[in-house]
Design a protein around this ligand. Sequence first.
Ligand SMILES: [Zn+2]
Length: 352
Amino acid sequence: MGKRRQNSSFFSNYKFEYEKDFDLKNKEKLIHNLFSFFEKITKEIDFSSFEIGFSWPKKYDILIEFKYLVRDRLIELLNSKLEKKHDFTKHDAYFLIDLNKSSIFVYLMPVYVYGKYCKFSRGLAQTEYFCRFCKGNGCKKCDNTGLIIQNSVEQLLSKKFVPKFVSKQIVLHGAGREDADVLMLGNGRPFVLEIVCPKKRIIQLEELESEINSSFKEISVNSLKFVSKDFVAKIKSFPFKKIYYAVVNCSKKIDLNNIDLNKKIFIEQLTPTRVEKRRALLKRKKEIIFLNFEQINDNEFGLKLKTSHGTYVKEFISGDNNKTVPSLGSILGLNCVCKQLDVLEICDQKLK
Ligand SMILES: [Zn+2]
């Protein structure tokens, strides 16, 4: 797997040019011209709070008082006439008025939307990965897409979120992730979408939710709500327990009568071989409870199990060359392989 692409709040900005007839000596005219820009831009961009910065031409010998006066007067007008709040620490939009370049650069802070997604298709990744051969530039290996897996939950959601918010892109921050071939069922997996450079911030999320759910058969979303940025760290660090359903294939005929249900099994897992490149090599202590078994045929059975946060289930089943001890295989005294896996539930009742 390649490295996940970088996301940035300052991914890009919008640039607007204005006419060069701004009279820098005449402060009333300058204020008037700049304010007319803001009157126009509020029709295109949603923001309730803002900050303004200036870049003044050096060749003009403008007094400091003049500069402060223009800035203060503009802030006052935005507040009184357009009902926008000036806030220099926390704002939706930052306007850099560059009088050298006759341009106004607009930096729009991201909007964060919490939700949960379900995934009904095997072969859909959570997010896109850069191709490691070309580092995202496009090559033969990736069919010139620059991406390893072309279809993802993130990509499907971006088809609806990007046009709705008139944004540049979205970044999906998931509460963990399932492999592309694993279904995500039940109430879904919590996530936060970072909507980058959104021109629109006031969106009816219930409408968007039903639009998504009627458009895609591979995924569904629920519980969409606006959250603050710190929710990203919150869902990433919250220790969710999970309930899985696995189809297990065994080397010989199995007798399921000797297996204890509803008993805690303590295991130790060394970072699996398949994710070694992405994760630190660590030994992790995890807990597993078998909830239910059902025989499928002589060599196969379905297993419902509950696991602690961050358990690698496929490796628990196979043992991953003794990197997971004990494993389902070692408990049963057989070679076991996970043939199919679904996440039935992510236990997030305590996440607030
Ligand atoms: Zn490539």
